[in-house]
Design a binder for this molecule. Structure first.
Ligand code: BTN
Length: 319
């Protein structure tokens, strides 16, 4: 008997008690083993009331990461329909790549409560303490090579929209896909290709969100902030995951329907620094100019004294 079966029974009639006898009969197990599973569910954070004559009643599901809870909240067709949560992984992107090579399906999600060697853009380290949302999604999009590279832009729009919907948080995107609140980075996105593009088009989208921990836990001096600090309370990571996956699925479908112009407009509307003087760092080189937006290819357009320069990689420094 899976604990999921008990949860399923307890949620058929929300707020009502289900007797231990009924559960044991329906699942064909002893009442003692029902009680044992209930205790484990309580330890996982499910608030289940137990009353001698009435039975069990599910009062509240946990806010901490739980695959079953996320599944109940999902409004997607394929994203997150297969979902794994691990206590600790070196990196969810690395795990997702491994799974993708073994045939992992489109939309499969891998989450870790903490990562011991999380990676960011440009080979940087990504601190991933407990309380954050560290997840990767296997994407096998129906897109041309050129359009597939725009998936990370789509992902940044999706995360901004989820944060706005859930917490009314006005988050901006710093090119290409850093999420910024009040000048501080709260989330980042790392897109990685699996294998050769022209053979199997598989992309791993890694999303990292500084959620339920104080910024000191990041242990470095980077200008970061966390949702807990900004909002003054912890957030429900299951709800956040489900909301991001729904927005992401919508954005990816729109790209598949060739709606890049719309994505470009949406990305630009959420971007920070457009029309302003910025620095773009590419390797050892530093360019100064006015940030004019992004091209149809997703490149950053910088108006410099020597004309327009386009960047497909690099780091933007705002004033
Ligand atoms: C960046 O802004 O540099 C991108 C950060 C991406 C971090 C996420 S956390 C989940 C996934 N696993 C990783 O190792 N990295 C990404």
């Amino acid at each position: 008997m899976a604990r999921q079966d008990i949860l399923q029974l307890l949620t058929t009639l929300p707020g009502e008690y289900v007797s231990g006898e009924k559960i044991s009969q329906q699942l064909n197990v002893t009442r003692a083993s029902v009680w044992k599973q209930i205790k484990q569910l309580q330890e996982e954070g499910f608030e289940i009331e137990a009353q001698t004559k009435k039975g069990y009643c599910l009062r509240k599901t946990p806010d901490s990461l739980n695959a079953w809870v996320i599944e109940q909240m999902l409004g997607t067709v394929s994203f997150g329909r297969s979902l794994i949560i691990e206590d600790e992984l070196p990196s969810t992107n690395a795990k997702a790549k491994e799974l993708a090579r073994e045939g992992g399906i489109h939309g499969q999600v891998i989450i870790a409560r903490t990562q011991c060697s999380g990676r960011g853009r440009m080979q940087r380290e990504w601190q991933s303490p407990k309380g954050g949302l560290w997840m990767s999604i296997i994407i096998r999009p129906n897109l041309s090579l050129a359009n597939a590279s725009k998936l990370t832009l789509a992902a940044s729009v999706a995360v901004v929209d989820a944060l706005k919907e859930l917490y009314r948080l006005p988050v901006g995107i710093k090119w290409p896909n850093d999420l910024i609140y009040n000048g501080h980075k709260i989330a980042g996105i790392l897109g990685e290709v699996v294998g050769e593009w022209n053979r199997v088009q598989t992309l791993i989208l890694g999303i990292g969100i500084n959620a339920n921990f104080p910024r000191e836990n990041l242990g470095s001096s980077i200008a970061a902030a966390t949702l807990q600090e900004i909002l003054g309370h912890e957030v429900d990571l299951n709800k956040l995951t489900a909301a991001i996956l729904l927005h992401l699925e919508k954005q990816v479908s729109a790209l598949e329907a060739d709606m890049f112009e719309e994505l470009c407009i949406n990305w630009t509307a959420r971007a920070v620094g457009i029309g302003e003087e910025v620095k773009v760092i590419r390797g050892e080189e530093v360019f100064r100019g006015i940030f004019r937006g992004i091209s149809q290819e997703g490149e950053l357009l910088l108006e410099t004294d020597h004309g327009e320069v386009r960047f497909s990689a690099g780091e933007v420094r705002l004033r």
